[in-house]
Design a protein. Structure first.
Length: 405
């Protein structure tokens, strides 16, 4: 069987040496136990994998709670991380199911009696953090990885207003139960403070989830103008703007090519697959569907595009930067953070299809500028977004709070 660590793209982890001296223990010498709760199981090996391995290497007994995914469970088991199955509908609004989820989380934490709980994304936070408080868990960390549909609908529909109100109330209640909150960009933290959702809970910021620079190596920049967007098929990722801009650019620069990678999503803001298929049919875009490994698609592209309405910090942007690709994205929270305009990419207004097309044409026509941006993208990824640096930052947040107990 293929090594699952290689399949998920994880390499041996560099852990600060002082963390390897002795196991993490509580005041009476018992190994400290941490539970990490996520709603997307594959993220345990991909996005959170390096952090889980760092916690294990530092001597924690690590438990991961998520819906069941067979390959992820095997990877966790191979790496000494205990899996706790936790049925959870990531995007669905299901009051009765969510009540059951909260009760299951409470029972799990009563049985495990962890010293630390780390809840990642909205459902684990809004149900897991209060459950941890009721179960007597002393350190309760909320990792806000992005605000999603509940905070990003540009048309302010009635459905969105209801979802936004509910999400704000749930966040306000749960974050007041947290001992620490961590955000992946400054804008999200400031918005939560402005909206009064944090209360007195201390809030940190880290540079996204980081990117594995050993896995995402610099690839030669193709000469042909080929654009790539990697995202789930959601309206708030800017799918309509990408397809619209592609049509405008192809009319002016017929040699331009446009690729799209991503899977369908049950989110209320899901983008119709029929519209993507229509763009494929008229030659506007090549839709590659979901792929297990995006490196080939990035290597074949010259310019990476993500016209998203809002992000935590986009993992796909960081991966493209690590492979030496200039980025066109929006001047929006979580999107603008990795971009120095004119240095490693360009920023355009949210929802501005014509401006997006103009930015694409600029990078087609200015070869030397594009090449310089490509090199700068890798340099910025190395300086700020190395997964080992971000993992160390997260470990420091967790261990600092434990020491202050």
């Amino acid at each position: 069987m293929e090594n699952l660590g290689q399949a998920f793209g994880l390499r041996p982890l560099k852990v600060k040496r002082d963390r390897l001296k002795q196991p993490a223990q509580d005041k009476i010498g018992r190994m400290k136990r941490i539970v990490v709760i996520v709603s997307e199981p594959k993220s345990l090996a991909t996005t959170r994998g390096h952090l889980l391995l760092a916690l294990r290497s530092a001597g924690y007994e690590v438990h991961a709670a998520a819906p069941v995914d067979a390959s992820t469970v095997r990877w966790l088991t191979e790496n000494g991380i205990r899996f706790q199955p936790m049925p959870m509908e990531r995007a669905a609004i299901a009051p009765f199911g969510d009540v059951r989820l909260a009760f299951r989380l409470y029972r799990m934490m009563q049985e495990l009696k962890p010293q630390v709980v780390l809840a990642c994304a909205i459902k684990p936070i809004v149900y897991g953090i209060p459950a941890a408080l009721m179960a007597g868990v002393s350190r309760r960390h909320a990792l806000v990885t992005g605000l999603g549909y509940a905070f990003t609908d540009r048309h302010k529909s009635m459905r969105w207003r209801i979802v936004n109100l509910v999400a704000r109330c749930l966040y306000a209640l749960s974050l007041r139960c947290a001992t620490t909150a961590t955000f992946q960009n400054q804008d999200d933290r400031e918005d939560f403070r402005r909206l009064g959702l944090l209360g007195r809970t201390p809030a940190n910021v880290v540079d996204g989830s980081g990117v594995d620079l050993d896995r995402f190596k610099v690839a030669r920049l193709p000469a042909e103008p080929r654009f790539l967007m990697v995202a789930r098929l959601l309206r708030d990722k800017g799918l309509a703007e990408y397809l619209g801009a592609a049509k405008l650019v192809r009319a002016a620069r017929p040699e331009a090519q446009f690729d799209l990678v991503g899977d369908k999503d049950p989110n209320p803001a899901g983008f119709p697959l029929s519209e993507v298929e229509a763009a494929v049919g008229d030659g506007t875009v090549h839709y590659r569907g979901p792929v297990a490994d995006v490196r080939e698609a990035i290597a074949q592209s010259r310019i990476f595009v993500l016209p998203s309405y809002r992000e935590g910090t986009s993992r796909s942007v960081l991966e493209a930067m690590a492979m030496g690709r200039p980025v066109i994205t929006t001047d929006a929270p979580g999107c603008r953070a990795p971009i120095v305009p004119g240095v490693n990419g360009l920023l355009v207004p949210v929802g501005a299809t014509a401006s997006l097309a103009d930015a694409m044409i600029r990078l087609i026509d200015n070869v030397e500028e594009t090449n310089a941006m490509a090199a700068n993208s890798r340099a910025i990824a190395e300086q700020r977004y190395d997964v080992h640096k971000v993992t160390d930052d997260m470990m420091e947040i967790i261990e600092t709070e434990l020491r202050s107990k």
